[in-house]
Design a protein around this ligand. Structure first.
Ligand code: NOJ
Length: 755
């Protein structure tokens, strides 16, 4: 990029001069509106359309787009925002051109996908949700915002709050799982973490809640595919996390790629104007997804760029990401009278307001300070949080005979750590495609603490003898190629098998048609299984996978997800018992692909099946209907008992608060953290209601032997549903309440709601 070569001293001088002359005026919340109007009055139509145009920077996160000379486009006011630009110095140069060479000096806003950390990489979002720890999630996003803002990013395309029930979909890793209540709490925590309480502060970034809406219900789990659903499912399952993010103050929203009931989300007026801006009263700016305005043409819902521009703008979308559709179509749409000047002005106002609220007009270089940049990125203390997060995200699915933890004085002596992910240096392994802050390909894999790298010394310190053998994952590998690992396993007393998915199997456009352990890893496990050695399976995954053989034959299974930079340390913490696992599944793990979609908050049907083989009921001939592991499930090295479920009254009037309490006791011999979950079921409503709906949870710490009473308070709103008159409403009648450590194993009680 020769065009960026400008001597640094000259640059510094330009920055100072341009800043002091153009941005002498200070912004306050009160005068933003008048400054927006003053600026708008000076803008030409081309400059206005330029503000609605967002172009990709030095990395690409989507289909190819044509990139003309960025600097000359910025200079001529054709670009309002850049996305996915990594080079810090270039951002300074681009901003300087925008504020001091373009006619009106409107600063650029830089957007970036900060999905599970920026420079310090945390566990994938789905894993974070498995911690059910909102304070932790907020801290993670605070750090992500510190780093991203210090590197010149103003705006993250996160949180992704799409509820999904389909593990085939590669983006299930970016969300908070299958539940709208948990998803809503996570959405709020992320927005708070990114934005803090001052969007204009130097160390915060604007959130962008995405993908509005329905993307997680893409048919057949195929990315970008059709979405079709009832209004009730939309309101009860899909929209709540979006509304929670809007209420938490998310500055922006992003359209989704999919059609929703036939209408592409980017031109879906019902979603954007009626629901988001209308019913919810949200005031922010809506950006398209990558060329999603242009893709309305491909969907067959718009004729050309002009038609697409008319439809997307009229629906309430504002900024065009990477597509250039508005650049090509909006002016002609205005000239032909298909959109009004007022409509364009309204979209531009939202963009300008957004830039003012970030403080960019007061100091366009506030996020481009070299000193802060150098001091902030990858601080060692961020790693501590990454380690804590990775350990708290891990979910122990099985631990037969108390095989784990591996502690000093164990009956085992020799440990074989084997498997393709024992010590992998593969591109983005233990992470995901969404670690763009590290660069697309050429990143430094030594930043990741690999499993064996930390596990081996940690176990040796406890007196074990440890061998580490990797296993080839190449499609051409045969049983013979596994022989070194098999021999190591044969020599050992206990095996730790690290299996799962590659980092690059996780994220956008990474959907799968099989949920089995990829690349023949089942075979590896079954060969090891023949040795009849106690085995711990550590799964690195971005989605629920299917591993029935392991469920039947392997005594200990730990879901580690993709844990990020601190993978090895966190794994060592959990396997050696330094950290007692407390994560719980935010998503159901099926027994087989054929069960998908499988989720805990299902309807009962008129013929629910009690056991497999019961004819004329809703089941399968060849499989139970129950999942391998239910939503909310996760073991600990200690045990908890639930007793004394109390509902304060048997009848409540509408508007009264239902109080439910339960005593939780740590009946094991070590301290732990338990996630206590509260579900309800409306037994007779005007429409069929789910068998369980999560209404609250609390994560508590209990010392060995300690008991605690946990109380949940349910409001009328908690008991309401989207009824057949298209309104939220609670019905009088009987309700069940369930409290437990997962969605299956619960204590239950009943109460009645009366008028
Ligand atoms: C497409 C993805 O769907 C979206 O989530 C992301 O923010 C943009 N590309 C930008 O990378």
């Amino acid at each position: 990029m020769n065009k960026f070569r400008i001597p640094i001293t000259l640059l510094a001088l330009c920055l100072t001069l341009s800043f002091s002359t153009v941005f002498a005026q200070k912004t306050s919340v009160q005068n933003i509106e008048s400054r927006v109007e003053t600026l708008l009055a000076k803008m030409t139509l081309d400059e206005k359309i330029g503000q609605l145009n967002q172009v990709p920077g030095d990395i690409s996160t989507g289909t190819d787009v044509k990139k003309d000379d960025l600097l000359s486009q910025i200079r001529t006011g054709k670009i309002g925002s850049l996305l996915s630009h990594t080079n810090f110095q270039n951002k300074i140069i681009m901003q300087r051109v925008a504020v001091s060479e373009a006619r009106l000096g409107i600063p650029l806003v830089f957007g970036f996908d900060v999905i599970h950390g920026y420079k310090t990489i945390f566990p994938i979002p789905l894993a974070q949700a498995a911690s059910w720890d909102m304070g932790l999630i907020e801290r993670i996003e605070r750090i992500a915002a510190e780093e991203a803002s210090a590197d010149g990013q103003n705006w993250t395309f996160s949180p992704m709050v799409d509820v999904s029930r389909d593990p085939r979909w590669g983006r299930v890793m970016e969300g908070a799982g299958e539940d709208p209540y948990l998803g809503s709490r996570v959405a709020e925590a992320r927005v708070r973490g990114f934005q803090g309480d001052d969007l204009a502060a130097k160390n915060t970034v604007a959130a962008c809640t995405k993908h509005f809406a329905g993307y997680g219900f893409t048919e057949a789990g195929r990315d970008y595919n059709t979405v079709d659903m009832s209004d009730q499912r939309l309101h009860e399952i899909v929209l709540p996390p979006f509304q929670a993010a809007a209420d938490a103050g998310s500055a922006t929203f992003m359209n989704a790629f999919n059609t929703l009931n036939g209408v592409p989300a980017s031109m879906n007026k019902n979603l954007i104007t009626n629901i988001l801006r209308g019913e919810w009263g949200w005031k922010g700016m809506v950006v398209s997804d990558w060329n999603s305005f242009g893709e309305t043409i491909v969907h067959g819902a718009a004729e050309d760029d002009i038609d697409a521009s008319v439809k997307c703008l009229s629906a309430g979308s504002d900024m065009d990401m990477a597509g250039g559709t508005f650049q090509r179509g909006l002016k002609k749409a205005l000239e032909s009278g298909r959109v009004t000047q007022a409509q364009i002005d309204e979209a531009v106002r939202r963009v300008l307001r957004f830039k003012f609220s970030l403080g960019l007009f007061d100091d366009p270089f506030r996020y481009l300070n070299q000193k802060r940049h150098d001091e902030t990125l990858e601080k060692p203390e961020y790693r501590q949080v990454a380690r804590e997060a990775a350990a708290k995200s891990m979910v122990l699915l099985k631990n037969d005979g108390g095989l784990l933890p591996l502690t000093e004085g164990s009956r085992f002596k020799k440990i074989a750590i084997i498997g393709p992910y024992a010590d992998s240096k593969g591109d983005k392994d233990y992470m995901s495609f969404w670690t763009l802050g590290l660069g697309m390909r050429a990143y430094d894999s030594t930043k990741v603490v690999r499993p064996a790298q930390a596990l081996k010394p940690a176990l040796e310190k406890l007196g074990f003898e440890v061998t580490v053998t990797e296993i080839c994952l190449d499609a051409t590998c045969t049983e013979k190629d596994y022989s070194t690992a098999i021999n190591a396993a044969r020599e050992a007393d206990i095996v730790i098998a690290c299996v799962g998915e590659r980092g690059l199997d996780c994220g956008e456009s990474r959907c799968v048609a099989s949920l089995e352990l990829p690349r023949k890893q089942d075979l590896i496990l079954s060969i090891v299984g023949r040795l009849s050695k106690p085995t711990v399976m550590v799964l690195f995954n971005s989605r629920p996978l299917v591993f029935e053989w392991a469920n039947q034959n392997i005594p200990a299974i730990l879901v580690a997800w993709q844990p990020g930079f601190e993978t090895g340390n966190a794994l060592a913490d959990v396997l050696t018992g330094k950290v007692n696992p407390s994560g719980k599944l935010p998503v159901t793990f099926p027994r087989s692909l054929g069960q998908v979609p499988i989720y805990y908050n299902q309807l009962n049907t008129g013929r629910p099946q009690q056991q497999q083989g019961q004819m004329w009921t809703s089941g399968y001939l060849d499989s139970p209907t129950s999942p391998a592991y239910p939503f909310g499930f996760g073991l600990s090295y200690t045990k908890y008992s639930y007793s004394d479920l109390k509902i304060s009254k048997s009848q409540y009037k509408m508007g009264e608060t239902v109080e439910v309490s339960v005593t939780v006791t740590n009946v094991g011999d070590q301290a732990g953290e338990e996630i206590v979950q509260c579900y309800t079921r409306d037994l007779a409503a005007d429409i069929a209601r789910p068998v369980k709906e999560l209404k609250g949870f609390e994560k508590i710490k209990l010392a060995a032997g300690e008991s605690r009473v946990v109380t949940f308070r349910l409001s009328e709103k908690d008991l309401s549903y989207w009824n057949n008159e298209l309104k939220w409403k609670a019905d009088p009648g009987k309700f069940k309440v369930f409290v437990g450590g997962n969605s299956r194993d619960v204590k239950e009680g009943e109460f009645e709601l009366v008028r």
